[in-house]
Structure formats: structure tokens, C-alpha cells
Design a protein around this ligand. Structure first.
Ligand code: FPP
Length: 262
């Protein structure tokens, strides 16, 4: 895997704004499988295969952080066989791609409650995280057994354990105790599969993310869809609750796009 522009890749579209951190909800595996008369596990397998080209394309664009929602705390209550199939795919993903991710300078991290993972997978994840810890070309967070609210609860428990006084509880004091400590907040949150909700993913961190919802089912999501999502992001105006800057206003006047946005 290369995370820089590869000769064989389609040319990169020119974008005037690029997200630093992209987060993806990989939804639609079940429907993809159902429409082909396959099992849900087959759908998740196809979903796992879609991950590598997406990492590669985002790397070519120069996106520094990618967070993938592999399994939520709520998903753990799905039928045991399905949960086991997804966890097995997570394990196979590491077996299959760790070497090339490491060679490409990708740092793998895990977000979520490792205690919920079977011991062999937990060990594998910890080894992969340790092995790639010094890599600095791109960070890929695998959110497995992750829930956004649980992340906040965990941070609050740590605040209390650390003896932080009430007046010292700030947004920063919470943010640095979340699983994403040290990383930029997601600028772009993509959800495949047609639903329009965030399903307890990065609920704190995505407060000012741009949302991109696509009907494309996750197994069909590839480099072209990455380009499309980043293109849409680059056309959005991010104001973080502020008024448009002078520059934005003159850009709008030039483009004829003068609709007020928040
Ligand atoms: C949502 O699709 C997808 C998941 C709950 C699992 C995502 C898992 C993978 C892509 C496999 C790779 C796993 C790891 C851990 C790297 P859905 O089943 O809810 O689809 P549906 O809405 O069509 O039923």
C-alpha cells in the first residue's frame, strides 16, 4: 500500500480545502449482501475488503487521520454469530494488512473498550498499535466496541480519578481524556448506506464536523466515492458558529452563492 499518490491511481481532483480528519460509518453491508442473496457475514466480508482502497485514496489526498466505525457498543448486542464474524474480520484485517500499513507509515490505533474484545483479538490489536506507534504519515483509528457516550463517561470518570476540581472542568479537560486525545477533531463525517444519523459515533468530537451522507452501500464505497465526498467537503463553508469572514463573503459574491449558512 502507498499512502502517497500512486502512478496507477486516477488523477487527484484539485480541492481547495482538505479535511485533516475523516470519520466513516461503514453502513449497508447487510443490505448489500441481502440484495445478492448472500449472508450478512458475506456483506461484512465485502465491507472489510472496501477498507484498504479507501485508506489508500485518503492517503493519496493527504488526509492525516481516518477513523473507521467497525463495531459499536450497541452492535455487540447483535446475534452472537454476526458479532463473531465482524470481530474475525477485524482480526483478519490486521493479519492481512499490518505489514503494508506499517511499511506505508500508517499508525494504527484502537478506539473503544478493549475489555469487550476476545483475548486473542485484544492482544493482536495491542501488538499492532505498539508496532506502528512511531509511524507518522497517517493515523487510522479502528473503532471497535466503541460508543461516543461511553467515551465521554470514561473521560468524566478519569476527571474524577484525577481529582480535577469543578472549576477546572473545561472542554479541553474533557477532550484530552477522550479516546481521540492528541488528534484533530473530525472535519468530515461520512456515512455510507443511506441512513442520516451518527449512531453514537464520536458524539463529542464531531460537534463541528461536516456530515456527508451517501446512498452508496459501504461495500461499494471506493476511491471515486472518496473523491466525491472530499469534493463536497471542499465546497462547504465552515464557520464554527461565527459569521462569514471577509474572504468568504468576497468568494461568495464571486461565485454568486450568497445564501447565509451556519
Ligand atoms: C454496518 O452495516 C456495519 C457494521 C455493523 C460492521 C462494519 C464491519 C466491517 C466493515 C468489517 C470490518 C470490520 C472491522 C472491525 C475492521 P449493517 O450490518 O448495519 O448493514 P445494514 O444496515 O445494511 O443491515
Amino acid at each position: 500500500m502507498v499512502v502517497e499518490s500512486a502512478a496507477s491511481s486516477p488523477p487527484l481532483p484539485r480541492l481547495h480545502a482538505l479535511p485533516q480528519h475523516v470519520a466513516i460509518i461503514m453502513d449497508g453491508n447487510g443490505r448489500w449482501a441481502q440484495s445478492r442473496g448472500l449472508s450478512r457475514s458475506d456483506g461484512h466480508r465485502a465491507g472489510a475488503q472496501a477498507i484498504r482502497p479507501v485508506i489508500e485514496r485518503l492517503g493519496e489526498h493527504g488526509v492525516g487521520v481516518l477513523t473507521l466505525f467497525g463495531l459499536s457498543t450497541e452492535n455487540l448486542s447483535r446475534p452472537r454469530a454476526e458479532v463473531q464474524a465482524i470481530l474475525r474480520l477485524g482480526s483478519e484485517f490486521i493479519d492481512r494488512h499490518l505489514q503494508e500499513l506499517d511499511d506505508a507509515g500508517v499508525q494504527l490505533r484502537h478506539l473503544g473498550d478493549r475489555n469487550q474484545l476476545p483475548r486473542p483479538l485484544r492482544n493482536k490489536v495491542e501488538q499492532a498499535v505498539a508496532r506502528t506507534a512511531e509511524n507518522d504519515r497517517m493515523v487510522v483509528n479502528l473503532a471497535v466496541s466503541y460508543g461516543g457516550r461511553a467515551d465521554i463517561v470514561h473521560a468524566v470518570r478519569r476527571l474524577i480519578e484525577d481529582g480535577v476540581r469543578p472549576e477546572a472542568v473545561t472542554e479541553e479537560a474533557i477532550a484530552c481524556r477522550l479516546a481521540t486525545d492528541g488528534l484533530p477533531e473530525p472535519d468530515l463525517l461520512i456515512r455510507a448506506g443511506g441512513e442520516r444519523r451518527i449512531s453514537n459515533f464520536l458524539v463529542w468530537q464531531a460537534a463541528y464536523a461536516e456530515y456527508y451522507f451517501t446512498e452508496t452501500l459501504w461495500p461499494d464505497f471506493g476511491a471515486a466515492e472518496v473523491d466525491e465526498a472530499l469534493g463536497e467537503y471542499s465546497r462547504r463553508q465552515r464557520r464554527f458558529g461565527l459569521v462569514p469572514s471577509k474572504q468568504d463573503r468576497s468568494d461568495e459574491a464571486l461565485s454568486g452563492d450568497a445564501e447565509p449558512r451556519t
